[in-house]
Design a protein around this ligand. Structure first.
Ligand SMILES: O=c1ccn([C@@H]2O[C@H](COP(=O)(O)O)[C@@H](O)[C@H]2O)c(=O)[nH]1
Length: 230
């Protein structure tokens, strides 16, 4: 099975829009991500339809709750058969350990990753909510905790990937949103190009609007695919 590095964020509001978009893509070139907007609108059946179309699905619901609740949500995601699921590292040690434990007895569990610091946040945002240090320091602290709790990897920005790769080793998965082939950042703050993210050590690039809002999403995907494999 191929291991596409690009994960296209299907941030749309309906089954029809999601399937129309996905059918312009190619499961040998990308995976897809279902986030809060689409999941709240369409639920697990849409995830199953995307998988039936051949896509591996990252269920990006960023669970953040008490340990028992998050453990149950992770088990439900595993039962759905998704490729990757995530939680917020700020849920703390007990929550992260409960999430990892919930998936430990499952045959072919999804990859479990923790969101560190959202890629939309900059230094002033962190200070305002009382998180100490630079984004890179906070990301490293949370990623180290996630690794100790048995998670497979983290979501971070491409700007932290090199430091995490060198501190946390080659097998810890680094999933990076905040990827922009052009200077347009939208609401993202900590960004890099696709090639910049990969050369910093990212395993998977989460890319939404640069593909989904392009006049031709398939051409945009192919262009990024070519850029990172050149
Ligand atoms: O820190 C994070 C965590 C998740 N995301 C998600 O990734 C995509 C990015 O979409 P773009 O359109 O390429 O900005 C989106 O679904 C976010 O929910 C993130 O951006 N940052």
């Amino acid at each position: 099975m191929s291991d596409p590095r690009i994960v296209v964020a299907l941030d749309v509001d309906s089954r029809q829009a999601a399937l129309t978009l996905a059918r312009q893509l190619d499961p040998t070139l990308c995976r897809v991500k279902v986030g809060k907007e689409l999941y709240v609108a369409e639920g697990p059946r849409l995830v199953q339809e995307l998988m039936a179309d051949g896509f591996e699905v990252f269920l990006d619901l960023k669970f953040h709750d008490i340990p028992n609740t998050v453990a149950g949500a992770c088990k439900a995601a595993a039962a759905l058969g998704v490729w990757m699921v995530n939680v917020h590292a700020l849920g703390g040690r007990a929550m992260l350990a409960a999430a990892a434990d919930a998936l430990s007895g499952i045959r072919q569990p999804p990859l479990l990753v923790a969101v560190t610091v959202l890629t939309s946040l900059g230094p002033a945002d962190l200070a305002e909510v009382g998180i100490a240090g630079s984004p890179e320091e906070a990301v490293l602290r949370l990623a180290t905790l996630a690794k100790r709790c048995g998670l497979d990897g983290v979501v971070c920005s491409p700007l932290e990937a090199a430091r995490l790769r060198s501190e946390l080793g080659p097998d810890f998965r680094l999933v990076t949103p905040g990827v922009r082939p052009t200077p347009r950042a939208d609401d993202q703050t900590r960004v890099a190009t696709p090639r910049g993210a990969l050369s910093a050590g990212a395993d998977y690039l989460v890319i939404g609007r640069p593909i989904t809002r392009a006049p031709d999403p398939r051409a945009a995907l192919l262009a990024i695919h070519r850029e990172i494999h050149a």
